[in-house]
Design a protein around this ligand. Structure first.
Ligand code: CA
Length: 507
């Protein structure tokens, strides 16, 4: 025993020296995930609509990815892909109706096994409860914008307030009181905002009220020159926004105080509308302004709250060794093509914002142009944590790109597939390939194709599929598409069942 007691201090010294040699230690990961936040509504991406100073701070101090895309532009499938690094046809979540395979291997679980403390706060939106986390507080289902209910492992707790603020409060509470300072952490801080129905918080109700915001050039698109799918969707600003979307009725669960504040903002605006007698294009323009202003108000709160979290990292001395990622589960149409919502392989919904701050490795103000995907995030976090990537994952770690390396063998094309037809907004099932310059889309249920020359036609208004001048590129893309489908093990026939739509109200 005595000899042990003499050895122990020396051994401790050796261990301490080893720890010092390994600096910097494994970084913390703060994953900031918003829902439906289009890059067109982030000033670092050149927004003509709004300013997002706190998200921009990540661009200024880190790296902005200009070509980040999703595998399937819809909520739950995108979340499942982030967690598993797999396409939906493998992880069990090709549509919002599906549930992650119970055997799915997720990066939070692997980080936890490797000694990370793992937590998720906010929107989860995958049917089964979170697995792989030491701590969770997640919104019930989609969650509400006001007065939400959070599920924890043992309980469900109702809070009064605005959900974007409350998610941030809960995330900060965990960072301050739940975090184990002896271990690296993963915190997934995930907003409901700016998902439909874009209900602004009390602080943002009057933002943007003065004057009109710019309209996109394609607000009155006639969808000529594309497949019939573009004409049969149900996601137009003109026809498909509900009274609740347009704030002609308030959210259903406001407290009396919240309701009074809400009515003070919207009642006079709605009275003005009632007396204006708008119709035709003038009414569409009014709807667009109502929609886009509410969407941006909701984002202003996301940005403010991100500022609170970044300030906390600074104050707590965590900023230096924490990788902060800001991204969304997909992009969104902000009136382009006359639409709201997502789902399509068209640029506005296929793209997603991706910004990463990591002081130890990223040159501040970097911009990356490589074709990257949400499929790559799990592999990235595993590499950051020094954990081997399991063979079933289908993306590729972004860590070399974050370090500023150029990889000659980085992908030159991405694969995409959307399955949820029939369903909300009635967007036809499709798959396709996007390269730096072209996009080929197959609406496989209806046997139609689109080919876009993204350099000549960046707004994707005119398909050149079947044009003799594009025969060569069409044949090459078609071949590449087949090889990508084989590479990603996509079944020849998609296995997603046809569920009757709209849902039976009695069922
Ligand atoms: Ca979403």
């Amino acid at each position: 025993m005595r000899s042990h007691s003499r050895i122990a201090p020396a051994l401790f010294g050796v261990l301490a020296a080893c720890a010092a040699d390994q600096e910097p230690s494994r970084p913390n990961v703060l994953f900031v995930f918003s829902d439906d936040h289009a890059a067109q509504a982030i000033s670092a991406y050149g927004s003509v609509l709004n300013r997002t100073p706190n998200i921009d701070r990540l661009a200024r101090e880190g790296m902005l990815f200009r070509n980040a895309f999703v595998t399937n532009s819809i909520c739950a499938p995108s979340r499942a892909t982030v967690l598993t690094g797999q396409y939906g046809h493998l992880n069990g979540v090709p549509t919002n109706r599906d549930s992650l395979h119970s055997t799915a291997i997720t990066f939070p679980g692997l980080l936890r096994d490797a000694g990370y403390q793992t937590a998720i706060v906010g929107k989860w939106h995958l049917k089964a409860r979170p697995r792989g986390f030491d701590h969770y507080e997640v919104l019930r289902d989609q969650g509400t914008y006001y007065n939400p209910v959070f599920f924890t492992p043992d309980d469900s707790v109702a809070y009064e307030g605005y959900t974007t603020d409350l998610i941030t409060d809960r995330a900060l509470a965990w960072l301050e009181h739940g975090r184990d300072p002896e271990r690296p952490f993963l915190l997934m801080y995930q907003h409901k905002a700016p998902h439909r129905e874009w209900a602004p918080g009390p602080e943002q109700l009057d933002l943007y009220e003065a004057g009109d915001l710019p309209e996109p050039p394609t607000l009155f698109d006639d969808w000529v020159g594309r497949s019939s799918a573009a004409r049969t969707q149900e996601m137009t600003i003109a026809r498909d926004l509900t009274e609740r979307d347009l704030k002609l009725v308030p959210p259903s669960n406001l407290t009396d105080g919240q309701r009074a504040r809400w009515d003070a903002a919207y009642a006079p605006r709605n009275e003005e509308l009632a007396t204006a007698g708008l119709e035709g294009e003038a009414l569409v323009r009014w709807k667009y302004q109502r929609y886009i202003k509410d969407y941006l108000r909701v984002i202003a709160s996301v940005d403010d709250n991100l500022g609170r979290v970044l300030d906390y990292l600074d104050r707590a001395g965590l900023a230096e060794n924490t990788v902060v990622v800001y991204t969304s589960d997909q992009g969104f149409f902000l009136g382009e093509h006359g639409w709201f919502d997502k789902r399509w392989m068209y640029e506005e919904s296929l793209r997603t914002p991706l910004l990463v701050r990591w002081p130890a490795a990223i040159t501040p103000g970097s911009v990356n142009e490589d074709l990257v995907q949400n499929l790559d995030l799990a592999e990235t976090f595993l590499e950051l944590a020094g954990v081997p990537v399991p063979p079933g994952m289908q993306g590729r770690s972004l860590v070399p790109l974050l370090r500023g390396q150029t990889l000659p063998d980085w992908r030159d094309a991405i694969y995409y597939q959307y399955f949820e037809y029939p369903g909300w907004h009635m967007v036809r099932r499709h798959y396709g390939i996007r390269t730096r310059s072209h996009k080929l889309i197959h609406y496989y249920e209806i046997g139609e194709w689109e080919l876009f020359d993204l350099e000549a036609d960046p707004q994707e208004l005119h398909s050149v599929w079947g044009y003799p001048a594009y025969a060569g590129i069409q044949a090459r893309l078609s071949q590449r598409l087949d090889s990508l489908r084989a590479h990603f093990a996509v079944p020849a026939q998609d296995a997603v069942p046809y569920v009757p739509w709209p849902p039976d109200p009695a069922g």
